[in-house]
Design a protein around this ligand. Sequence first.
Ligand SMILES: [Zn+2]
Ligand SMILES: [Zn+2]
Length: 167
Amino acid sequence: MQNKNKFHVNLSSLLIGNVGDIKKVIIKEVELLPNNETFNNIIANIIFIRADKTIIAKGKISADAKIICSRCSEDTVQVISSNYEEEYFPYNYDIMGFHNHIEDYDNEIDLQIQKLDKRNFVDLSSTFENSLYSAISIAPKCKEHCKGICINCLKNLNYEKCLCKTH
Ligand SMILES: [Zn+2]
Ligand SMILES: [Zn+2]
């Protein structure tokens, strides 16, 4: 584990601050996660806003995504971007001046809530990863008018012509 992970953001100052306080974070990092080679050159502009008992995060992430064209199967890199919005609950409420009881969320909500860790850090990397994956098209194309592959002779029709009558 890296000590200085740029995707770990300390939100202590917002938790001890006032409702409406803002913390702006710009993250520029080559790698999103060590085991993820899909996304590179990540740029994230996030605003954290102190709400009553939570912190709201809003912003935009963009990255270079390695994709495989759904028509011609060539590897290609596309810039994708995604809007990000999340609400974070503190690990401890006492830092916000509240009694430290955990409210009774029902199980359904409990699965969805995002919590800060004990040191009031948020780890943005996996959330960014999910958000970026959701921004990739189901059928990505290397270019708008990719001609694809001839199903008969398997030539890549972006580069070669063929005489098959299948297209
Ligand atoms: Zn293509
Ligand atoms: Zn052909």
